[in-house]
Design a protein around this ligand. Sequence first.
Ligand SMILES: [Zn+2]
Length: 251
Amino acid sequence: MNILIYSYIFIMGLVFGSFFNVVGIRVPKKETLLGRSHCPNCNKQLGAIELIPVIGYLIVKGKCRECSSPISIKYPIMELLTGILFLVSFAILRENMVEYILIVMFISLLIIITVSDLYYQIIPDVILLIFFPIILTLRLLSPIEFWFDGLIGGIIGFGFMYLIALYGKKRFNKDALGGGDIKLYLIIGIVLGYQTVFLSLLFGSLIALLYSLFFGRKGGYLPFVPFIAIGSLLAYFLGNSILEWYMTILS
Ligand SMILES: [Zn+2]
């Protein structure tokens, strides 16, 4: 029975991941979410097989069947990632359904804006506006310690990022952070609470630093969202254990 539920959740994750690709790519261009996907090179509509998450990509060997132009590996990667994250969080949170729905919403948001950031270097406002009330309501229904700790986390996240942006503007006279990043931290803070919201920024920055040391091109654009997404999920799942471990070292 368990294996059935787990397989079902994984497959749902793949299907949703496929939809999040579409949302992340089309919403910033104000395109309709309805209508079949088509090859960006020759405009041929994708067939039924190509629409199957991950497997479709493998069957066509990552190429358009009409014009043989390569299909981005980002599609199956985002699908797989969504499937894995839906599955792992279910295994961890299955005793607490409200919290599980909250984290599924959070993962969905992170996947969509990661896609938008990778393609256009923006976080669409409308996506944040849709997820904000849902995630806030779920956090109020499933508080971390007391009923308003998510709210405090949100205010801290937003305020801290706002100050960094202000400082960056004064110090370097250019926008180091976009408005989308600041608003995103309001939601991240609500999910993580005041206890671990800083950890997400710490983990995200460390991973971004390592990435740019090993793979970064000089002057190249370093996307912010994917690192913050990884940092936030690490902070969510491991933050409390890390804080407790840190406290035992200190005492
Ligand atoms: Zn094509």
